[in-house]
Write a protein that binds this ligand. Structure first.
Ligand SMILES: *[C@@H]1O[C@H](CO)[C@@H](O)[C@H](O)[C@H]1NC(C)=O
Ligand SMILES: *[C@@H]1O[C@H](CO)[C@@H](O)[C@H](O)[C@H]1NC(C)=O
Ligand SMILES: *[C@@H]1O[C@H](CO)[C@@H](O)[C@H](O)[C@H]1NC(C)=O
Ligand SMILES: *[C@@H]1O[C@H](CO)[C@@H](O)[C@H](O)[C@H]1NC(C)=O
Ligand SMILES: *[C@@H]1O[C@H](CO)[C@@H](O)[C@H](O)[C@H]1NC(C)=O
Ligand SMILES: *[C@@H]1O[C@H](CO)[C@@H](O)[C@H](O)[C@H]1NC(C)=O
Ligand SMILES: CC(=O)N[C@H]1CO[C@H](CO)[C@@H](O)[C@@H]1O
Length: 557
């Protein structure tokens, strides 16, 4: 559930103290209090989960206010103005859920740090239809379908008191459809980034990235198979975590491959990412990969240590990584290396993966993904209680797209070559199992683990644009933070029929890589770097893409 395009073609913690300091008139009635406090309300463009939680606890605003404000912000930029097409649907039950969670906060207190916090879900993550939203992976073939249950991660979010705000646009079927631009789906149209008009948002978790980047939501979830959290995190100035496969449940997620798919947060700071991951991670009987994870799930917020890089050894893979990196990104990366050295880490540079050439030329990933997708998508369609389109298999899907070209094959968005390649596969045969074993070995023992051992390093770092491929086949984690922005004189290139990349001000990220279930360490390293640089704050979205509605506009006087 998530390939970013180039992979597939080959195949802030801000001012949380300000609010707490502002809470000095507890005896006043709430209306007076709120109007006095308006100047202190968090800016939703940047607001962190803790900042929102502090404001909710202090009754500066309610979750109902938050949902109203986010809905208004979505309305401003999604189809109007810059028409970013980041959101496919908003949740018609969100205000009602928010009111119930507000009441609960007053009577029994909050359930978790996500109590009453709006969360945007990539549209391949199932939510029960009775709530009023579709789960379609962007495809009309799934419109109106009735899923058997909430996705595993959604059950955890709801139990923690989070509010599902809506569904985010994506590259259709998480970019497992054909040679199509990132961020395009039949249902959602072309999603574009907020840092330059018509910027490629990358994908496949495009709307999750754009939605978080400008505060259309507090928090977003994406999914990654090969790059689909990491790349849109990078290109939308975010912090994001691609968890180890099997740390977060994929039950109820429109699949690509059980061997590579994983669900993770795409947010504005590593702190928010740690909060969200602590809640969505954990075993789920409906996804047996999650039963093999170490227990208990760590409290990842305990990893948020500004000196986490001190005394650590960090490896820099050059061959097959930085030699594939654009010059502006490489220059920022070299500066980041100096910062990391300054934070007390020893850099081992180069720390090349011994078999990187063999890994980069391997075709084993396509064998596994093409085979898994057919089997697992067929199972997904079969699991549906109803599907008005009548599509019940991959074969049906291909026929449906061809029969509905106005919906699914508009000019410039016709390809379904990946679906067709997958349909040609013949299930779990010997060649498949061989390729699966090669992937694990190439990405793991002969890949990331080989470099970690040979150079005795705690993690590897690389520009996010080249980070995803090796961890993808190994099932290993990636933690990404903002690294920089393309300069104003960068040559603008086409990235699709409707999109451009690079472009002036377009963001790019830095990724920390490690072995299976090393999220806790990677979060610490990424946090230390983020706090030392605060790169996200260096540049904002273009003016028309910055929503104007703030909490002060929706709080009832
Ligand atoms: C799905 O989308 C349709 C069309 O946009 C909408 O009418 C409906 O309320 C949505 N939800 C469900 C569960 O069908
Ligand atoms: C999960 O279950 C399937 C079938 O029930 C089995 O083939 C697979 O090996 C299991 N995977 C893990 C990681 O336990
Ligand atoms: C923070 O990281 C440093 C360096 O690894 C370590 O010495 C220190 O104990 C950590 N602090 C906490 C609170 O974990
Ligand atoms: C899979 O990887 C192995 C080891 O590198 C290689 O020998 C084999 O040719 C690869 N298979 C495919 C289909 O690329
Ligand atoms: C952009 O500007 C920088 C600094 O002024 C200069 O070094 C660089 O050559 C310019 N690049 C292009 C593509 O014009
Ligand atoms: C198709 O893409 C080309 C450029 O790739 C563009 O010139 C043309 O206008 C596009 N057609 C439509 C209908 O969007
Ligand atoms: C919430 C929202 O704006 N959804 C829109 C997403 O894009 C489709 C296609 O243009 C619209 O029909 C939805 O209204």
């Amino acid at each position: 559930m998530g390939l970013f395009k180039t992979a597939l073609v080959a195949l802030c913690i801000l001012q949380s103290t300000i609010l707490s300091q502002a809470i000095v008139f507890p005896q006043q009635d709430s209306i007076t209090f709120r109007s006095k406090a308006t100047a202190e309300l968090p800016d939703l463009y940047e607001a962190s989960v803790t900042e929102l939680q502090d404001g909710l606890d202090a009754d500066l605003f309610t979750s109902v206010d938050l949902v109203k404000a986010y809905f208004a912000r979505i309305d401003e930029v999604n189809l109007k103005g810059p028409a970013l097409r980041a959101i496919i649907e908003t949740n018609p039950s969100a205000l009602e859920q928010a009111a119930a969670l507000d009441a609960e906060r007053k009577t029994t207190g909050k359930r978790s740090l996500l109590h009453g916090i709006p969360v945007l879900l990539k549209d391949n993550i199932a939510t029960i239809a009775s709530e009023g939203m579709n789960t379609t992976a962007g495809s009309f073939s799934l419109l109106g379908s009735i899923v058997p249950d909430d996705a595993g991660v959604v059950k955890r979010l709801r139990a923690a008191g989070a509010i599902i705000l809506g569904k985010a646009n994506l590259s259709e079927f998480a970019h497992f459809r054909g040679s199509l631009a990132s961020g395009w789906s039949g249902r959602g149209g072309q999603c574009t980034g907020a840092f330059f008009p018509n910027a490629d948002p990358c994908g496949s978790s495009s709307g999750s990235g754009v939605g978080s980047s400008i505060g259309l939501t507090a928090v977003a979830l994406g999914s990654e198979t090969d790059g689909s959290i990491t790349c849109p995190t990078s290109q939308n100035n975010l912090a994001g975590i691609k968890p180890t496969v099997g740390l977060t449940s994929r039950a109820g997620v429109v699949p690509i491959s059980a061997n590579q798919d994983t669900i993770g947060p795409m947010v504005r700071s590593i702190s928010d990412a740690a909060i969200v991951l602590s809640i969505i991670a954990g075993p789920d009987p409906n996804d047996n990969f999650t039963l093999a994870q170490p227990t208990p799930v760590p409290d990842y917020t305990l990893a948020l240590n500004k000196t986490a890089l001190a005394g650590k050894r960090i490896g820099v893979p050059r061959r097959g990584f930085t030699d594939r990196t654009q010059a502006d990104v490489l220059a920022a990366f070299e500066t980041a290396l100096d910062t990391i050295r300054g934070l007390g880490a020893t850099l081992v540079d180069p720390a090349d993966l011994p078999d990187i050439d063999e890994i980069r030329s391997s075709g084993n990933e396509s064998v596994v993904l093409d085979t898994d997708f057919k089997v697992q998508l067929n199972e997904y369609y079969e699991s549906l209680i109803e599907n008005p389109s009548g599509v019940r298999s991959l074969a049906d899907l291909i026929a449906f797209n061809d029969a509905n070209p106005e919906l699914e094959e508009p000019t410039n968005f016709t390809s379904q070559s990946t679906l067709i390649a997958s349909q040609r596969t013949n299930g779990f045969n010997d060649a498949y199992f061989q390729s699966l074993a090669f992937n694990r070995e190439l990405g793991g023992a002969r890949g990331i683990d080989a470099a970690l051992a040979e150079f005795d390093v705690d993690a590897l770092i690389t520009p996010a644009s080249v980070a995803a491929g090796v961890p993808a086949i190994a099932g290993y984690p990636i933690v990404t933070v903002p690294l920089g922005f393309f300069p104003d004189n960068v040559t603008i290139r086409s990235a699709g029929p409707l999109t451009v990349f690079p472009a002036p001000g377009a963001p790019f990220g830095l990724s920390f890589l490690g072995t299976a279930f090393s999220e806790f360490n990677l979060i610490g390293f990424a946090f230390a770097y983020e706090q030392a640089t605060m790169t996200r704050l260096e540049r904002r979205a273009f003016e028309a893409a910055i929503p104007k509605t703030q909490l002060g506009d929706v709080i009832e006087a």
